[in-house]
Design a protein around this ligand. Structure first.
Ligand SMILES: Nc1ncnc2c1ncn2[C@@H]1O[C@H](COP(=O)(O)OS(=O)(=O)O)[C@@H](OP(=O)(O)O)[C@H]1O
Ligand SMILES: Nc1ncnc2c1ncn2[C@@H]1O[C@H](COP(=O)(O)OP(=O)(O)O)[C@@H](O)[C@H]1O
Length: 618
């Protein structure tokens, strides 16, 4: 593989020596153009300086930049024989949050500068926090101006200990400290002879050797469709019938032959071909590559849809929890406000249902009474979108996990957001507590969630459980997917989005029953892991026990039983998207209970579940 590109974000102010450090990297690695250098040398000379002022390399650029208000982040490219680098240089002025978020959201590594004389300042903590919020996997702390503290090892150790104490509260997995002097050149490109006590590598060497391949998410295949190339659109005769989907791979890989699911419709197909930018086919497309995908079937796909794997899909939903950074002083984020949300290739409207808290980035304190987010402030919000989004958590995927908010009146970008996950219940809505507490109720409720293929025996076990529990005096109630689809869920079909909604509603009803002291017995195919996980999370958040029972009956057995003749119809093509046949079933990875036909008949299986329920207490 060609030398891997490293994306670097820098944080720190001019005073910390950031510009000089970048200049030093470019200068000592001979990565700057001759004309730039001679201009810097001339200017330095004119100012009576002997050595070139390396800060001019980046500051000159900044001066140009500040004339225009739109470009806040400058990207510098340089290369060594080992690697190519892009540095996002974000000025440390008032718009720091915005600049850091825009400049650093794709970074592999963040360089944070600390002036050795000043030690860890609020600003250093803020930058480190932002880097961790943005999910930048590697953090390099350059303790700069070591020449001004007599190259003191003690001072270096002191700053390192101080910063480490703060960093334990952050989600940073790789933290490196390098003592440098950008001005003199110590430990930037060449190892310093002034600090023999430092046994690590210099900055450039560290950046060259940084292993980032494993940081990339190669598992979750995601392809947000940017535009559809329709048949007859091309005048080229051979392309006359061509229908392709253009976009940038946002995770995992895509290659011809891959089975895919198109969301939100849930239709399945296969990748026929993957076209690269040059108009030739490529064997495989990776995250970050712009390609056109051709499928074997003609499916109705529009911009904003997403192609994924049948057994590995993003969340589909309208209720989203996210951390949001507010960018503008012209307005503030408040509950109830509505914005345009741009998420991957989809845009829709989003309203702020709730501002959970505002975060003090210096102390990491959460202010739950906050009523708004102003310029540079960060907080957690709950959003409701008009159309469902197809998303992952930002932690899992930076592309499908991030969005921006646009003010509909001014068309300005007012915020960037990082999705933490689907909204975790209505627990934060003002809940009108009744007069009776859960403890005061005569029985303790819980939810038994039985998942499995159609015909796996879910209903049989659930019916038997209900009978036995009620006979023993314990209130229990069966929520059967089939039955609920006649009433509560009669508006839902079997697309991935509808199934997600089906599961969400049934989980909400189960939660109410469990809260009331009833054993809610859910019998639902619920084929997607993410949906079941969300049901569990909602229960856990509300402090209610949740028991996931997996009816692990092999497909062949279910198909043989075929009590309603559904499998026969699915095989005959009379029903499409039937779970197990041409729709996926994502088996639970760690269910609370796993029941197999070999474990006994319905009565025996119900007995196993009952045992577990009784062990949870009354
Ligand atoms: N396309 C498709 N896929 C799966 N199942 C289908 C489909 N179409 C109809 N049915 C019948 O509907 C029952 C499943 O409904 P659920 O509400 O449990 O499904 S889901 O949880 O929303 O996936 C299920 O009933 P059970 O056999 O009781 O599980 C099926 O008989
Ligand atoms: N443990 C079992 N052993 C043998 N047959 C079973 C068992 N459990 C259920 N069945 C039979 O399998 C069929 C499907 O069961 P059902 O409970 O309706 O499944 P599901 O609710 O998962 O669709 C029924 O005909 C039922 O009699």
């Amino acid at each position: 593989m060609a030398s891997q590109l490293l994306r670097i974000a820098t944080a720190g102010s001019v005073d910390d020596g950031k510009s000089t450090l970048i200049g030093r990297l470019l200068y000592d690695s001979k990565a700057i153009f001759e004309d730039q250098l001679s201009s810097v040398e001339r200017t330095s000379h004119a100012r009576g300086q002997d050595a070139p002022d390396l800060a001019l390399l980046t500051d000159g650029l900044r001066a140009e930049r500040e004339q225009g208000i739109t470009i806040d982040v400058a990207y510098r490219y340089f290369a060594t024989p080992k690697r190519k680098f892009i540095i996002a240089d974000t000025p440390g002025h008032i718009q720091y949050t915005r600049n850091m978020v825009t400049g650093a959201s794709t970074a592999d590594v963040a360089l944070i500068l600390i002036d050795a004389r000043n030690g860890v300042l609020e600003q250093s903590r803020r930058h480190a926090f932002l880097a961790s919020l943005l999910g930048i996997p590697h953090l390099v702390l350059c303790i700069n101006k070591m020449d001004l503290v007599g190259y003191s090892q003690e001072r270096f150790e002191e700053i390192r200990a101080d910063f480490r104490a703060f960093a334990t509260k952050l989600a940073v997995s790789d933290l490196t400290f390098i003592p440098v002097s950008a001005l003199v050149g110590d430990n930037v490109v060449t190892r310093s002879e002034n600090m023999p006590w430092y046994e690590g590598t210099g900055l450039l060497r560290h950046l060259e050797d940084l292993h980032v391949a494993s940081d990339r998410n190669l598992i979750d295949a995601r392809f947000p469709v940017q535009y559809v190339i329709r048949p007859h659109q091309s005048s080229h005769a051979t392309l006359h019938d061509f229908r392709g989907y253009a976009g940038t791979v946002a995770g995992g890989t895509f290659k011809a032959g891959d089975e895919v699911a198109v969301l939100p419709s849930g239709f399945h197909s296969r990748v026929a071909k993957v076209w690269g930018p040059g108009g030739t086919t490529v064997t495989e497309a990776f995250a970050g590559q712009a390609v056109t995908i051709e499928l074997t079937d003609d499916i109705d796909i529009t911009r904003g849809d997403l192609i994924a794997r049948p057994a590995n899909r993003p969340h589909v939903g309208q209720d989203i929890d996210a951390m949001v950074c507010w960018f503008t002083s012209a307005s503030a984020l408040t509950e109830g406000a509505t914005y345009t949300i741009m998420h991957t290739t989809r845009s829709t409207r989003a309203s702020v249902k709730q501002l959970d808290y505002r975060l003090d980035v210096n102390t990491l304190h959460r202010d739950e009474d906050a009523e708004q987010l102003s310029l540079n402030e960060i907080g957690r919000v709950r959003l409701r979108t008009q159309q469902p989004l197809l998303f992952d958590s930002y932690r899992r995927n930076r592309d499908t996990g991030s969005f921006i908010l646009i003010d509909e009146a001014t068309n300005n970008t007012v915020a960037a957001g990082m999705i933490t996950g689907p909204s975790q219940s209505e627990a934060n809505v003002v809940w009108h507590g009744g007069a009776v507490t859960r403890e005061q109720r005569p029985t303790k409720g819980l939810t038994v969630w039985i998942t499995g293929l159609s015909g796996s025996g879910k209903s049989s076990v659930a019916v038997e459980l209900e009978r036995r529990l009620v006979a023993s005096g314990r209130p229990a109630y069966l929520l059967d997917g089939d039955n609920l689809r006649h009433g509560l869920n009669s508006d839902l079909g079997f697309s991935a989005a509808d199934r997600a909604e089906n599961v969400r509603r049934v989980a909400a009803v189960a939660q109410l029953l469990a809260d009331a002291g009833v054993v809610a017995l859910v019998s639902l195919v619920s084929p997607y892991r993410a949906d079941r996980d969300a049901a569990r999370a909602a229960h856990e958040q509300a402090g209610l026990p949740f028991l996931e029972v997996f009816m692990d009956t092999p497909l062949e057995v279910c198909e043989q039983r075929d009590p309603k003749g559904m499998y026969a119809k699915a095989r005959a093509g009379e029903i499409t998207g039937f779970t197990g046949i041409d729709d996926p079933y994502e088996a639970p990875q760690s269910p609370d209970l796993l029941l197999r036909p070999a474990d006994g008949d319905t009565a025996a299986l119900a007995g196993i579940v009952l045992d577990r329920v009784e062990r949870l207490g009354q």
